[in-house]
Write a protein that binds this ligand. Structure first.
Ligand code: ADP
Ligand code: MG
Length: 357
């Protein structure tokens, strides 16, 4: 039996639950001439929800994850490669001949995959401009393409002034809907809400929340039922209580519990065994992480992990607040209606270490 839970990659089809409203909203939104910006902490399901929505539009689309891009030239090559997946080379060859720097395009006759590269050392700004112009020219108002730029906050690190350059190109375009996703709340708001930023008010902002508890519960419970016919309902609630409905960690925990059900049926408390297993597996990583935290951060994480207050007089409120902001930026802490440790298994590890010491 294949594990019915999946974590770590974009989830589709039977691994994807709910987000009905969000999918409908994104689909509707790209019918307009506007651009969309989606923000949430890591692993909340941005890439998955966008992949689902753009697929359903039936329109041409390109997705680039900026975390996997190493330079402006690489970004240009990747954009062109993705573009050539939706437009056969023969039909756009005449447009590429206008490029100031001609790319090398090769196709693998066996796999059918296309590879694009530019001669090293050339000016990235010229490349990106030519590629983006090509994409615009190949489309029309009736046939707009969707470009998804995932982990968009990475453009800030890619090259100096790339944001300015991109914005000036995008400003002129009318045949492209951009969907820009980002995981770093503070960087994303700085890009889109700081009046000095070239992307100030570039598009509509959408914040993706966790998956609603009841929907997620039904999803988990149904899939646990074959292994845990009598307890699936309670188990599913316990998973969500433990993870705070976090999409990724809930799937991870459910996958482990399911595996225990298959390999060691009759285990008395599968939830506890699964948690133990995950915490132990990551022990070394957590220890490394922990050693690199400053004392203030360690104290804050300890308080958060055991549900204790942060205003105890131990540290000044401003110190606590700025440390929290920093840890949120780095992804260790998330904020929805309160601050919490992002990874529930790391939280568990901290509690256990505390008891031990
Ligand atoms: N709609 C969903 N239904 C079920 N699980 C989901 C859903 N969206 C996300 N997940 C879980 O969260 C993980 C991370 O999703 P992903 O789309 O990569 O998030 P992000 O792009 O925000 O980092 C997925 O691998 C999956 O386990
Ligand atoms: Mg993602």
């Amino acid at each position: 039996m294949e594990n019915p839970f999946k974590f770590g990659t974009i989830v589709e089809e039977e691994y994807f639950t709910d987000r009905v409203k969000e999918v409908a909203y994104i689909k509707e939104f790209v019918n307009s001439a506007n651009h969309l910006v989606i923000i949430s902490p890591r692993r909340f399901g941005k890439s998955s929800v966008v992949a689902k929505a753009v697929k359903q539009t039936g329109r041409k689309y390109i997705t680039i994850n900026l975390q996997q891009v190493t330079s402006v030239s690489d970004l240009s090559a990747k954009l062109l490669r993705e573009f050539l997946k939706v437009h056969p080379l023969e039909r756009v060859r005449h447009l590429i001949t206008h490029f100031r720097i001609i790319p090398t395009v090769s196709s693998n006759p066996i796999t059918g995959s296309i590879d694009v590269s530019f001669q090293p050392g050339v000016d990235g700004n010229v490349l990106i401009e030519d590629v983006m112009t090509l994409i615009e020219q190949a489309h029309s108002e009736q046939d707009r393409i969707i470009i998804v730029l995932d982990e968009f906050q990475e453009i800030c690190d890619l090259a100096p002034n790339l944001d300015k350059k991109l914005r000036s190109i995008m400003q002129e375009q009318q045949h492209i809907n951009y969907i820009l996703l980002g995981s770093q709340e503070s960087m994303m708001t700085d890009i889109f809400e700081n009046i000095k930023s070239p992307f100030y008010h570039f598009g509509e902002m959408m914040r993706l929340a966790k998956i609603p508890r009841e929907d997620f519960h039904q999803y988990l419970s149904e899939r646990l039922a074959p292994c845990y016919p009598d307890t699936c309902d309670t188990l599913a609630y316990s998973i969500l209580d433990y993870t705070g409905c976090h999409p990724y960690y809930s799937q991870q925990l459910a996958a482990n519990i399911w595996q225990i059900g298959v390999l060691q049926p009759g285990t008395l408390s599968p939830l506890k065994v699964a948690i133990d297993h995950i915490v132990t597996t990551h022990d070394l990583d957590y220890e490394r992480l922990w050693m690199n935290f400053k004392r203030t951060n360690k104290w804050i994480l300890q308080q958060l992990s055991s549900g204790k207050p942060l205003q105890t007089g131990e540290y000044r409120t401003s110190t606590v607040y700025s440390a929290l902001k920093r840890m949120q930026k780095e992804g260790y802490v998330i904020y929805s209606d309160h601050y919490e440790i992002e990874d529930p298994f790391f939280r568990e590890w901290i509690v256990r270490e505390n008891v031990g010491s």
